[in-house]
Design a protein around this ligand. Structure first.
Ligand SMILES: Cc1cc2nc3c(=O)[nH]c(=O)nc-3n(C[C@H](O)[C@H](O)[C@H](O)COP(=O)(O)OP(=O)(O)OC[C@H]3O[C@@H](n4cnc5c(N)ncnc54)[C@H](O)[C@@H]3O)c2cc1C
Length: 284
């Protein structure tokens, strides 16, 4: 289907984009890579009068170090995150997740910030961002504010970004030297996961000293598996010890039931995938 007709604006700065949002309010919609928004417009699930394209704002793209954090611009493509040496060195979990996100064409158009702002509970970046304790920098008329990942994902397709605000960058604390793995369960290649698990693990002589685990599609937002993390610390990276910790993966979850799987099936998957993800992250 063809989208309903809209006006197209291409601001060259964040200030111009914010001014356009302020002027057009509810009638406006931001477009980044368009990989989620365009299907929505084509199906006429949304019909904005104005589309504001962030593609011309050079400052929103790129990856840099800032002390103990990596800063990823919202308009950085999935491909650029996937192939970036700094991300691989300091936030390997993101590299692992981007590797499994959609296909090469979508990774060249879709953006890191767009995927997180879209907040699809089946999206592959929310759980890794949550697990790594990312912070989201949001710009509005009054300046910028920083929101912790735990507060950023509010509900299904809903984030802390206000209607008159923009996500400009994501700050990811460095996890240098940590092992990482993203274990994704799909029935069809290059699609969103039925369930996935993001795991980053720090080990010392075969013992897990710190762990970060995030769950994809086990609720209306990404979920941090705190019970698993606590159970892993001090344990050897063995099949039995990790399986015992992974059994707690369903604590605090509220998995959906849909055509891809019932809630109890997803709960089973979460435990199996957590065990696999942690063992792979620990190099066991
Ligand atoms: C066939 C197909 C398969 C896919 N498979 C997967 C998959 O396996 N895993 C996965 O995670 N994703 C998948 N995707 C989605 C893909 O990751 C998209 O890139 C992503 O969801 C949206 O990023 P985008 O840059 O294209 O954002 P857009 O589509 O342009 O925007 C998405 C939403 O975010 C808002 N937005 C965008 N940027 C900002 C910003 N800076 N500030 C505020 N709001 C903003 C927009 O207004 C819109 O509501 C798939 C997409 C397709 C078409």
């Amino acid at each position: 289907m063809i989208p309903v007709q809209f006006d197209y604006l291409a601001p060259s700065s964040v200030e111009e984009a914010l001014a356009a949002l302020a002027e057009h309010g509810d009638d406006a919609k931001i477009i980044a890579g368009g990989q989620s928004l365009l299907p929505v417009l084509r199906m006429r699930l949304n019909a904005p009068e104005v589309v504001i394209d962030l593609g011309g704002i050079a400052g929103l793209r790129g990856i840099r170090e800032d002390g103990d954090a990596l800063v990823i611009g919202a308009m950085t493509t999935h491909h650029d995150v996937l192939t970036d040496a700094l991300v691989k060195e300091h936030a390997l979990l993101l590299t692992r997740a981007e590797h499994q996100l959609a296909d090469a064409q979508i990774r060249h158009r879709g953006t890191f910030g767009g995927a997180l702002a879209h907040a699809d509970p089946a999206g592959d970046l929310g759980a890794p961002a949550l697990a790594l304790g990312a912070e989201f920098v949001i710009a509005g008329a009054g300046g910028t504010r920083t929101v912790a990942a735990a507060d950023f994902f509010v509900d299904l397709f809903e984030t802390a970004i206000g209607d008159d605000e923009l996500l400009t960058e994501v700050r990811v604390p460095k996890h240098t030297g940590w092992g990482a793995h993203y274990e994704k369960f799909v029935r069809v290649a290059h699609q969103w996961p039925i369930v996935a698990v993001a795991a980053a693990v720090k080990s010392d002589g075969g013992t897990i000293t710190e762990a970060r685990v995030g769950l994809t599609n086990m609720g209306s937002t990404p979920i941090r598996a705190h019970a698993v993390e606590e159970a892993l610390v001090g344990q050897p990276a063995t099949e039995d010890a990790v399986a015992a910790a992974a059994a707690r993966a369903t604590e605090g979850t509220n998995p959906p039931s849909d055509l891809n799987g019932a809630a109890d099936y997803r709960s089973h998957l979460a435990q199996v995938l957590t065990r696999r993800a942690v063992l792979a992250a620990a190099g066991a």
